[in-house]
Write a protein that binds this ligand. Structure first.
Ligand code: SAM
Ligand code: SF4
Ligand code: SF4
Length: 338
């Protein structure tokens, strides 16, 4: 297929694919247990993209110039046989980098097979090193030591590890420094994520956001850092290096310092909808196209036309007022994967 990529107005560099909408955690900022209770209707398996359909989409996106694929969820390790999918994606010519975002709870078991299948990197989410606060945030579902064991297993298997910590006022501000200290010692990059108004169920308030500036001010007191240039255009985390040579941290500041102008990321939900923004209210169904008799060129043309028309700049326009006024429901983070 022709690379339509050169003709796209906005670059399309990476693709995030959610492989399941299910999760074994109930993080209050993502899938609060009050909303995602025992009766919650998750997607039935025939509504979820098969591995073959995902691989086909990867091939189509690679023809646009996409080189980086990230597997996410829900909790991606709840999808059975995930290493099989990783192997299929690895075999697609043009894929240079395969990453996964995970809560780490099942990583001890899967790190080695995932690495052997061709996974390059994992971003592991952990919001506290104290069980009490961690469990208050994850709906009482996971223990710190299980995630730490998953991190060890990933590093031992040879996966490149980064850490993600959502920072929320009233929940885990006191964990910023212990987390910075621990992961500086372990030599894993820790990325602090401002608490975002994703989805509709987390009761987000601007007052609960602990800003990038506040986070960096705190870290400076522990060990001075200075800002460094992004690794590439469109990198979402602002990078900071410890001045004593002790590695790096990052801050993802979608609320107080947005970066929509450089956004080059397409997202596909577990049921096969294409979203051009993390805060979108509507996606474009690709599943029916994949299950029709259209060929790759025709499916690719549809994707390109959606991408050409995108005008997303949600974070640049966000205020507490715009959040309150919004009438349409946004896609949930557990569907779109962050
Ligand atoms: N279950 C996996 C995990 O937790 O890593 C992958 C999916 S999760 C939706 C992807 C990322 O989104 C995680 O790092 C999580 O912490 C982050 N996230 C979820 N809800 C968020 C929110 N309201 N604000 C900021 N980050 C959020
Ligand atoms: Fe699950 Fe990840 Fe959402 Fe937490 S952030 S509820 S681990 S999908
Ligand atoms: Fe991209 Fe939407 Fe985030 Fe802006 S708000 S950076 S357009 S995903």
């Amino acid at each position: 297929m022709n690379p339509i990529y050169d003709q796209l107005k906005r670059p399309l560099r990476d693709l995030r694919i959610s492989v399941t909408d299910r999760c074994n955690f109930r993080c209050s900022y993502c899938m609060p247990a009050e909303v995602f209770g025992p009766d919650f209707a998750f997607l039935p398996s025939d509504k979820i993209l098969s591995f073959e359909e995902i691989e086909r989409l990867v091939r189509i996106f690679v023809s646009f110039g996409v080189k980086k694929i990230r597997i996410t969820g829900g909790e991606p390790l709840m999808r059975r046989d995930l290493p099989v999918l990783v192997r299929m994606i690895r075999a697609v010519e043009g894929v240079e980098d395969i990453a996964m975002t995970t809560n780490g709870s099942l990583l001890k078991k899967y790190a080695k097979p995932l690495k052997e299948a061709g996974l390059d990197r994992v971003s592991i989410s952990l919001d506290s090193l104290e069980d009490e606060r961690f469990q208050a945030m994850n709906g009482n579902r996971g223990k710190v030591k299980t995630v730490l064991a998953g991190i060890e297993a990933a590093a031992e298997a040879g996966l490149y590890v980064k850490m993600n910590m959502v920072v929320q006022k009233g929940k885990n501000i006191e964990d910023i420094l212990p987390m910075a200290r621990y992961f500086k010692e372990k030599q894993h990059i820790l990325r602090f994520i401002e608490y975002m108004d994703v989805g509709n169920s987390n009761g987000w308030r601007l007052d609960d956001v602990f800003s990038k500036k506040e986070i960096i001010d705190k870290v400076q007191k522990f060990s001075p850092v200075k800002a460094v240039a992004p690794n590439y255009r469109g990198e979402v985390a602002s990078r900071f290096r410890y001045e004593d040579g002790g590695g790096e941290i990052g801050v993802i500041s979608s609320v107080t310092d947005s970066f929509c102008g450089n956004c080059s990321r397409a997202r596909i939900s577990a049921e096969g909808k294409l979203y051009t923004c993390l805060f979108a209210t509507e996606g474009t169904d690709l599943r029916d196209l994949l299950r029709s008799d259209l060929d790759d060129a025709a499916v690719g043309a549809k994707i390109a036309s959606v991408w050409e028309q995108r005008t997303d700049r949600y974070s640049e326009e966000r205020t507490e007022e715009t959040v309150k006024r919004r009438k349409k429901a946004k896609i949930e983070m557990s569907h779109i994967g962050g």
